[in-house]
Design a protein around this ligand. Sequence first.
Ligand code: S3P
Length: 424
Amino acid sequence: MSDVRTFSLPSRPFQAEVELPGDKSLGHRALILAAMADGDSVVAGLSSGADIAATRRAIAALGVGGAGDAIVSPGIDAWTAPRAPLDCGNSGTTVRLLAGALAGSPVSATLVGDDSLMRRPMARIVEPLRLLGADVSASPAGTPPIVVVGRPLHGARVALAISSAQVRTSVALAALSADGPTRLSSPPGFRDHTERWLAHLGRGRAEGEATFIVEPGPVPPLDLQLPGDPSSAAFLWAAAAIRPGSRLVTPGVSMNPGRTGFLDILDRMGATVEVENGEPVMGDPVGTVTVTGAALQGILIEGALTVRALDELPLVAVLAAAADGETVVDGASELRVKESDRIESSVALARAAGGRARATPEGFIVSGKDAAAPTTVDARADHRVAMAGAVASLARGSSVSVAGFSAAAVSWPEFAEVLEGLWS
Ligand code: S3P
């Protein structure tokens, strides 16, 4: 079966309002916290993507029931040992967060995944979890399989060298089962969803921008509606930004400050971005975002802004190809260890979008507006590269075929239809 999808999108502007899939980062957190709680939770708006399905399957293997929005758990102390390794598919968030939750549970488990996941770095969770007394190990190369032997944990001081929300959350989930508080710090810029939710649930408090103290203890069952995913919305926001005169409204999107870097980038490149604040979900901000397209210009992206737009940087490469002048992305070496090497993927995307591009050790440089003949780009088994490839056709002004497009189903199986539907 050929897995190539060709995008040839109208050149006229569009006006649309789109309902987004539930936020993937928050979906993983909600499922795992609901699995740790003793009782019945309701989590509405879970995305239909394969990553969320992987977390759902993994908690089911620990004895957590429920269907649809319902999650029915006996609580972490009554989790059952899985009979086989937990297959986390393509989802780094599933492996890293579950390893943390399992560390202080009564069960042992092995965590594995697809080819891409089996290459991703895990020493970043193994080392800090051991500071809490966890029995966690990775392969000699520091990759999965991850083996966790659940055991009693103690509180610790954990100072992380990288600004990773997955690592912070892994440690925080373990710290809930410890015998005393854990003090967690890292460089800033990370999405602090977990910290906000734990503070809301009475399980900790923030100290300044990047330190959080986890107070151990049980979490209550959850009852919440997930906000829309800004990392999915970004593909549609980019489509609006690239076509001057287009206007896209996305209600109910997560506005966590660690997720809004891409909106700041759109604004600085020349698009109009309006945010109307909505009702926060467990202390985490939500808003309605409207993006109006305009002529774009290249900018410099570095420091905390890079971290706050991390998952959207391949898409920035596409936008940069549609902009006047040069765009420089720096401080983004983490892109090398995502679902694909996203520095190389971003360069390929920028070229597919009609720009000139080159990789640098910690990012990439794109200058915009060049070729316009139809082309092909490889999704590299990476959902965000597949979706950015579709948007590249708008920047290029001719068709772009995405080889391996089905990778998009990891986070947004309905994406192609939603994108093509913007003009209807
Ligand atoms: C995520 C954190 C980020 C992000 C990933 C999801 C999360 O990863 O890239 O897609 O849900 O915590 P890092 O923690 O590796 O920066």
